[in-house]
Design a protein around this ligand. Structure first.
Ligand SMILES: Nc1ncnc2c1ncn2[C@@H]1O[C@H](COP(=O)(O)OP(=O)(O)OP(=O)(O)O)[C@@H](O)[C@H]1O
Length: 418
């Protein structure tokens, strides 16, 4: 079967007039050198992939990585400067807000125009009109000009139209980030139904948990190039690990804290970073017997309790734990986000726990580093580095990093048995 979408060696560049004057006066003041030609900037560079019919592809990457540009080109908005895009099927597109909408026309008029642009007849739009307005929940506003709509209202209308044109291919850009939670949930459910009905879907999102929940494969774009393309778990895992490391580098050191009132050990003063909007008040390591322990046997279970406190309500923070060997080697890294644990608003005090059923590391000295991060990983609220030591008792005859349950066997039969 032919691919639903084929992107072959696609590049897209823009001209950036970085230092160009914005007025004649500025041009005169800056002199003629301001007229140097705009530089060429690659938003996408030699991008190739295909999407099979009925599958769902996620596109992730940092701001400016080229995700929306790629989706727009697939949707026929603009042309690549190089390469080819082939799309087989009727496209329903939810691109940048307002793309395709006319601000001076009413919601009703926009529904008709969008429907007809995507290939429906006026009669077909008329038949679906009431359902579209019901889905968008915009009955009272449908005859008002679109420019009076909030961002969330525009997105609701755009989603409702895309959902009712029976697309074979659905392109969705960040729809889940706009609108209230109830509507986001409705969109997610509708996207899931499209998936079950065999619609090919490409979803651009910063919301990693939706990507993990919905997509079969993921492309990670970085500076306009494909950094990784593969099964969702693998690519998202790599991306989240890298984002965690980047966040730690960016997180500013906190002001020294008054440890006499916080009750946190002195060493925290030097090893604690973050904005402190949420504070980690204690970290407790529990061994196999469920008792506090800083020394365990290889293969024992380990429970890490993160006790936190926050004055204000904090939306969807991410909890992270890294196990580092004394020499800095990262042995294990996990976050609530990577494990799809959605933590909604946090307020006051509480405990978030990680349970490791077996810790099959070789004997040695380790640290359990813990952190709480903003929902988009942009910085840490509180991060404790090398504060909580963990000793794993040495086991005879085992070297290396891991010590999984294993046994030797001789499976060659002896000459007498033959
Ligand atoms: N029309 C344009 N003219 C000039 N530069 C553009 C244009 N459209 C996009 N770019 C640039 O191309 C790069 C990629 O933009 P794009 O919007 O595709 O990124 P993105 O990954 O979707 O980012 P975000 O996550 O912030 O939405 C950015 O640096 C952006 O400034």
């Amino acid at each position: 079967m032919s691919a639903a979408i084929e992107v072959i060696h696609v590049s897209k560049w823009f001209r950036r007039a970085k230092d160009r004057p914005t007025s004649l006066k500025e041009a005169v003041v800056k002199g003629l050198q301001s007229f140097k030609p705009a530089s060429k900037f690659h938003a996408l560079e030699d991008v190739s992939f295909s999407v099979e019919p009925g599958s769902m592809l996620g596109i992730i990457g940092e701001n400016g990585a080229g995700k929306s540009t790629l989706l727009r080109l697939i949707g026929g908005v603009g042309q690549p400067n190089h390469g080819t895009i082939r799309v087989r099927g009727r496209i329903g597109a939810l691109l940048d807000l307002g793309a395709g909408f006319h601000p001076d026309l009413t919601g009703r008029e926009n529904v008709y125009i969008s429907g007809v642009i995507t290939g429906l007849t006026r009669q077909q739009v008329r038949e679906r009109f009431d359902e579209i307005v019901d889905f968008a929940e915009l009955h009272d506003f449908i005859d008002s000009p679109l420019r009076t709509y909030s961002t969330g209202m525009q997105m609701r209308l755009a989603f409702a139209i895309a959902a009712h044109i029976e697309p074979e291919i659905l392109l969705v850009d960040e729809v889940l980030a706009v609108g209230d939670l109830a509507f986001q949930h409705k969109c997610l459910q509708r996207i899931q139904r499209f998936k079950q009905e065999g619609v090919t879907i490409v979803l651009v999102s910063h919301d990693i948990s939706s990507i993990r929940q919905l997509c079969d494969d993921v492309i990670w774009l970085r500076h306009g190039k494909i950094e990784a393309h593969g099964p969702t778990e693998v690519v998202v895992g790599e991306y989240v690990a890298e984002m965690t490391a980047e966040t730690r580098k960016r997180t500013p050191a906190a002001q020294p804290i008054d440890h006499t009132t916080s009750g946190i050990p002195l060493v925290v003063n030097q090893n604690r970073f973050g904005s402190q909007e949420i504070s980690i008040t204690n970290v407790v390591l529990l061994g196999a017997q469920g008792l506090p322990a800083s020394e365990i046997d290889s293969g024992d279970s380990l429970t890490v309790e993160i006790h936190y406190q926050s004055q204000n309500s904090i939306e969807r923070p991410i909890f992270g734990i890294t196990l580092t060997r004394e020499d800095g080697f990262v042995c294990y890294d996990s976050s609530s986000e990577a494990s799809s644990l959605q933590i909604n608003a946090l307020h006051d005090k509480g405990v978030v726990t990680l349970l490791l059923d077996r810790l099959d590391l070789t004997g040695g000295q380790y640290y359990v580093d813990v952190g709480i991060y903003r929902q988009d990983w942009s910085y840490a609220y509180d991060y404790h580095w090398h504060v909580y030591p963990l000793t794993i008792r040495p086991t005879k005859g085992v070297k290396g990093v891991i010590r999984p349950p294993s046994h030797w066997q001789n499976t060659t039969s002896s000459p007498e048995d033959r």
